[in-house]
Design a protein around this ligand. Sequence first.
Ligand code: SF4
Ligand code: SF4
Length: 347
Amino acid sequence: MEKILKKDRLSDWVAKLDSYNVYAPAFGDEGWVYEAVEDAKEAELDFPRTIHSPKNLVFPQREVLFSFKQEKGQQPELTQTIPDPDPFVVFGVRACDAKGLTLTDVVFSKEFEDPYYWARRNKGVFVGLACNEPPSPACFCLSVEGSPHGEAGMDAQMTDLGDRYYVKALTGKGKEIVKLGGALFKDAAAKDKKDMEKAHALAEKHPQRAINGLKGVEDKLRSMFEASDFWDDGSKACIQCGICTFLCPTCHCFDMNDEVSSSAPLKGERVRTWDTCQFPEFTMHSSGHNPRPDNASRLRQRVCHKFQYFFENHGEHQCTGCGRCVSECPVGIDIVATVNGASDYDG
Ligand code: SF4
Ligand code: SF4
C-alpha cells in the first residue's frame, strides 16, 4: 500500500488515530524526545535526531516485574505486573532506531520470550521517517549494513517529498493506521514514486562517518582480546557515565532489585532497571573480585559485544550507526574511530 499525504494534513491523520496513544518527536528541556501527542495540531516531523530512541517505549528504564507480600510465618504472595498498554503509534522513527528494535526483538525472544517487552512491543505501530540527509554529523548507518531509508522494524515508512509525504504501509498494523486516514490519502502516482526513489538515492550520497571494512571485523576483534595497549589507549578518558549505552537503541542490559516498602508484613516490588557494562559495579562479584576491573576491559566489552559477540551469536552486528554514543560521550570516545583503529592495529 503506497500513498501520498499532503504535509499540512499530518495533524488530521493524527487526529483520526484516536483509538491509539500517539507519540511523536517534541522539543523539550532535554532536546528532541518522543512525547505523547496531546493535541494533534502539535504533531510535527521536522526534527533532527531524538536524544533517546523509541526503545524506551518498549523497554522502559525502570519496570516493576512483580510485587510481593509475606505475613509472618506465611508463604510469600506474588502478584505479577505484566503491562497491558493501550495500542500506540510512534511517528518519526529513524531507520537506525527501527533496525535497533529488530535487534532488541532478538534479545528478548531468542532464548527466553520476555512477556514485559512483548506486551508493549506488540501494541506498538512504528512509523518511520526516511532521512533525506543525516540528522547528525555522527551518523554512520551506511557503514553497518543500514540505510537512511531502511524499512526493517517499521510498520509504515514516510518519506518527506517537500510538500507531501510518500507513505508506504509495510505491515498489517501499518495498513490499519493508513486506512484510518481514509480520504486524507491518495494513491501514489508514478511521479510520486520516482520522487521518492530520487530522495532515497540522494540520501545515500550525503557524506557520513565511515567504518572502514566491517566485513571480518569480528575476527580482528577476536584476535585483539589481549591487546591491552589498544584498549587502554582508547578508554583512558572514560568517566564511566554510561551515556553511550543508555542512549544506544540496541543496548539492553538490566539489573533486578527488590525494593522493600515495609518489613512487617514484608512488602515490596521486584524492579528491573537499565544497567550498563560501562559501570565498574556491573560485573562486580559478591566476593569482591571484578573480572572487568578497568576502563580498558569495559570498552573492549562494549565494542566486542556490538561487533563480535552479537555477530557470533545472531549473525548481525549490534550497532545501527545512529551515532549517539559518538556525539554524546562527554570525553569524545568514538566507536567509529575505535573499530577503525582495531582494523588497522598490527601490534
Ligand atoms: S553503538 Fe553507538 S552508534 Fe551504534 S547503535 Fe549504539 S549508540 Fe548508535
Ligand atoms: S559515554 Fe564516554 S565517558 Fe561515558 S561511559 Fe561511555 S565511553 Fe565512558
